[in-house]
Design a protein around this ligand. Structure first.
Ligand SMILES: [Ca+2]
Length: 289
């Protein structure tokens, strides 16, 4: 009975505490099913400049379309973080268009561009770059892919910021493509950002030309395994919370074992069938002499 009770309490706790939709500390999720609503948090986006949602994705035309997300408060509170998206870049457009740019000015921002246009920390120009700065271009801390970004194919990209260890990582289609040490800036250093855009830069850069089918923000730096799993699951499914699954398994084990013991107990058997309580008879007797 005790095991049964422990199991039941564990199950109730697990499902009670992890009942929020999705898993793995996702705090915002935009899937662009019919509009720019946030299905996990309350940061519903706004389609601007001609952005449209034909179903399942937001189309950005490269000439003025973008999405505004009310996430300044989230950015101000994020240290460890993951930004994850499934995105299609329609053409190899001029450098510096933005998949996302969350900031308040050209001085304070963080962004992901499919094509950088200047060799800074990176191994090559024209490749995928994430950067974060509180002091303008000169103060950027970057994570640079060595590879050009695919054109015309939906691509999974994840940026993880491990603020506990000052490490930034960039993943493409589930694979780690760049690691940046001494990444001392985290989103929280930017404060409550006012320009939080998908597809638009705070500079006079090109607007993003392509589409985004999914964009997520997590309040943790996902592991490489989590990123690979998420890539495999695709844009329509969240990775289950590993700890919750493990805890639920333990809870279930206790329930099963506990209920078996309960059924087997002689006391229970006799009371269930209305018999008198049977005492267990020892195998040997000591006869007093
Ligand atoms: Ca979608």
């Amino acid at each position: 009975m005790k095991a049964f009770a422990i199991g039941l309490v564990t199950l109730i706790l697990v499902f009670g505490l992890t009942a929020r939709p999705g898993a793995a500390q996702v705090v915002h999720r935009w899937s662009f099913d019919v509009d720019a609503r946030d299905s996990v948090g309350t940061a519903d986006g706004t389609l601007l400049g001609g952005a449209v949602v034909p179903g399942g994705r937001v189309e950005l035309d490269g000439i003025g379309a973008y999405v505004e997300l009310p996430i300044g408060g989230t950015i101000a509170g994020l240290t460890n973080a993951t930004f994850e998206t499934w995105v299609t870049w329609d053409i190899f457009q001029d450098p510096w268009s933005r998949v996302f740019d969350f900031g308040s000015s050209t001085t304070v921002n963080m962004f992901l561009t499919p094509r950088n246009g200047r060799l800074d920390e990176g191994p090559a120009t024209d490749t995928l770059r994430f950067a974060i700065t509180g002091t303008g271009v000169g103060g950027e801390q970057q994570i640079n892919s060595p590879n050009q970004f695919p054109v015309g194919a939906e691509t999974h990209v994840a940026v993880t910021i491990d603020a506990d260890n000052d490490i930034g990582r960039l993943y493409v289609n589930g694979n780690l493509v760049a690691t940046r040490l001494a990444l001392t800036l985290s989103p929280a250093d930017l404060g409550n950002t006012t320009n939080n855009w998908l597809g638009r830069s705070p500079y006079a850069d090109p607007y993003f030309d392509g589409s985004i089918s999914e964009f997520r923000i997590y309040e943790t730096a996902l592991s490489g395994d989590d990123i690979a799993t998420s890539f495999q699951l695709g844009p329509d499914q969240l990775v289950p919370e590993p700890s919750a699954v493990a805890l639920a398994s333990v809870g279930l084990w206790f329930v099963v074992v506990g209920s078996r013991r309960y059924r087997r107990s002689p006391l229970n058997r006799s009371s269930r069938y209305g018999e008198s309580v049977r005492q267990k008879v020892p195998d040997t007797f000591f006869v007093p002499s």
